[in-house]
Design a protein around this ligand. Structure first.
Ligand SMILES: [Zn+2]
Length: 325
C-alpha cells in the first residue's frame, strides 16, 4: 500500500476553505494541553513481554507545524494536540497520563495510596503509565480502580495496575456503574469479532502513519495493541447522588446510562472541586453512531445528563476532566 500520492486539486481547495473559515488562531486548546506538565516517557514506546511494540507515540513525530495538503487541517490540529504525551497535574492530588493509549488514565491520591480511573486498553500501557506517575509522585500502592464506562479503552489495562488477588483480598476496591460486566462482555466479546474488524477501518489501523496515511483517530492517536484484561467490580454505584469515601477521598456520583456507553457515570471530587465527565464531554463531537458498530447512542439522554451534571455540580466545579484529551 502506498500513500505517497498528492492530494487532488479538489481536496486542496477544500482544505483551503477550512483553513480560511475555522478559527485556527484560537490557541486555548494548546495552552490547556500544556498546563500542568510534569514529565514524559522518552522514548514514548511501550513493549509487550515478548518485545513486540504495543504503543509507539513517537511514530507521530511528523504531526507538527502547518497541515500538509494531504491532511484535513482540523484533523491535523486535533492530532497535534492528541499526540502530546506525559504526566500532567489536573489539580493538586489529581494527575493524568495522556498520550500512552487512545484514552487517558487518571490518578487520584488518597490517604494511603492512589485511585486509578480508567486504566487504558492494555496492561502494558497501563503499567507504563503507573510507572511514569510513580516516578514523579512516589511509589504509592493502588488502593482502588474506577471504571467510568463499559468500553475496553477504559478497563482493558486493569491488570497492569493491580491483580485479581489484591481485589479478592479486599486490598483494592473496583468501582463501576450498574451492569458494567454485562455491557462490557456484550460489546467486547459477543459482538467483539465483528466490531474489532470494523474498528480497524474506523481507526485506520492498517494505514501507514504519515501525512498521507494515518494521522490520528480524533479521540487519541490510535489504540494500543497489548494485553486486554478485566477485573469485575466490587462496588457498584446504583444511584445518582450516591456518595462514597474511597481511600479517604470523597466522591459524589451521577449515573449517565445510555450516553457514550450503555452504562456510564460522572463523579465529583468535592475536596478538589474537580469533576470527571467520563467520555461525555471531550474535545470531539460526541460520537452518536460509531462506524465500528457500537450500540447507537441516544443524543437526548446524553444532553440531558450533561444538563444534570451542570445542575448537580456546576456551581462547585473549578476543573472538569475526561478520559480522552
Ligand atoms: Zn473511550
Amino acid at each position: 500500500m502506498t500513500h505517497s500520492r498528492d492530494a487532488s486539486p479538489a481536496v486542496v481547495a477544500q482544505q483551503q476553505v477550512l483553513r480560511e473559515t475555522l478559527p485556527f488562531d484560537d490557541d486555548q486548546d494548546f495552552i490547556d494541553a500544556e498546563t500542568g506538565f510534569l514529565g514524559r516517557l522518552d522514548p514514548c514506546v511501550v513493549h509487550a513481554d515478548d518485545g513486540r511494540v504495543v504503543w509507539d507515540n513517537d511514530s507521530y513525530g511528523f504531526v507538527q507545524g502547518e497541515a500538509p495538503d494531504t491532511a484535513n487541517p482540523s484533523l491535523w490540529r486535533q492530532a497535534t494536540l492528541a499526540a502530546k504525551h506525559g504526566l500532567y497535574e489536573v489539580v493538586e492530588g489529581i494527575y493524568q497520563v495522556r498520550g500512552l493509549d487512545l484514552s487517558n488514565v487518571t490518578f487520584v491520591e488518597g490517604h494511603t495510596g492512589v485511585i486509578v480511573i480508567d486504566p487504558l486498553i492494555s496492561t502494558e500501557t497501563a503499567a507504563a503509565a503507573l510507572a511514569l506517575y510513580r516516578e514523579h509522585r512516589g511509589d504509592r500502592p493502588v488502593t482502588a480502580v474506577v471504571y467510568t464506562h463499559s468500553h475496553a479503552d477504559h478497563f482493558g489495562g486493569v491488570k497492569g495496575v493491580t491483580t485479581q488477588q489484591a481485589v479478592d483480598a479486599g486490598d483494592v476496591v473496583v468501582v463501576a456503574p450498574p451492569g458494567f460486566v454485562e455491557h462490557a462482555v456484550s460489546e467486547n466479546v459477543y459482538a467483539g469479532t465483528a466490531m474489532g474488524r470494523r474498528a480497524g477501518y474506523m481507526y485506520g489501523a492498517a494505514l501507514e502513519r504519515g501525512p498521507a496515511g494515518q494521522i490520528g483517530a480524533g479521540l487519541g492517536q490510535t489504540t494500543s495493541t497489548g494485553t486486554v484484561t478485566l477485573i469485575a467490580p466490587t462496588l457498584e454505584i446504583t444511584t445518582t447522588g450516591q456518595e462514597e469515601v474511597i481511600d479517604g477521598v470523597r466522591m459524589e456520583f451521577q449515573l449517565a446510562p445510555g450516553t457514550e456507553a450503555p452504562t456510564e457515570m460522572h463523579f465529583y471530587f468535592p475536596d478538589h472541586r474537580a469533576l470527571c465527565m467520563a467520555e461525555n464531554a471531550t474535545h470531539v463531537l460526541h460520537n452518536l453512531l460509531t462506524l465500528r458498530g457500537a450500540v447507537v447512542r441516544d443524543p437526548h439522554a446524553w444532553s440531558t445528563y450533561l444538563t444534570e451534571a451542570i445542575d448537580l455540580f456546576g456551581d462547585r466545579v473549578e476543573v472538569a476532566f475526561a478520559s480522552h484529551h
